[in-house]
Design a protein around this ligand. Structure first.
Ligand SMILES: Nc1nc2c(ncn2[C@@H]2O[C@H](COP(=O)(O)OP(=O)(O)OP(=O)(O)O)[C@@H](O)[C@H]2O)c(=O)[nH]1
Ligand SMILES: [Mg+2]
Length: 113
């Protein structure tokens, strides 16, 4: 038991050290990016932003146009709410009376071993 606690403490220390390193690296990178961006003229920044906007719009539009139409639907609802009847009506238009509930609650559940 003591070994497990020690191992957990070591793992926590290691993960916090790794996270600290990642945080420092991210801060350094963001600082470098900021320095670099300040050297780029404003006009070029605007061109880059517009190009990025156009590219994103193009990708979203082409994704929407080429999206395949799936023939899958998901029926959800409480037990006995009419999912099976609705399924049969969608499938062949039959009313399919006398459906059987898929799940019956277990009786005397608390007494079961
Ligand atoms: N009056 C009326 N009864 C309905 C309607 N839809 C379903 N029922 C009845 O409700 C009962 C339960 O319908 P099911 O389709 O079996 O319900 P379910 O959602 O599949 O139930 P589970 O399989 O237990 O999840 C059946 O006796 C149906 O005949 C409806 O629109 N109106
Ligand atoms: Mg059902």
């Amino acid at each position: 038991m003591e070994g497990l606690e020690q191992w957990t403490k070591q793992a926590e220390q290691l993960s916090s050290r790794v996270l600290q390193q990642w945080k420092e690296q991210a801060e350094q990178l963001s600082f470098q990016a900021h320095e670099y961006l300040q050297q780029v003229p404003l006009v070029q920044q605007i061109y880059a932003a517009v190009a990025l906007l156009l590219l994103t719009s193009f990708l979203i539009l082409s994704g929407c146009l080429n999206a395949k139409k799936l023939n899958t639907i998901l029926l959800t609802g409480l037990s006995g709410s009419g999912k099976t009847v609705l399924f049969y009506q969608l499938r062949d238009g039959s009313s399919h009376q006398g459906t059987v509930t898929s799940m019956e609650p277990r009786k005397n559940f608390a007494n079961q071993p």
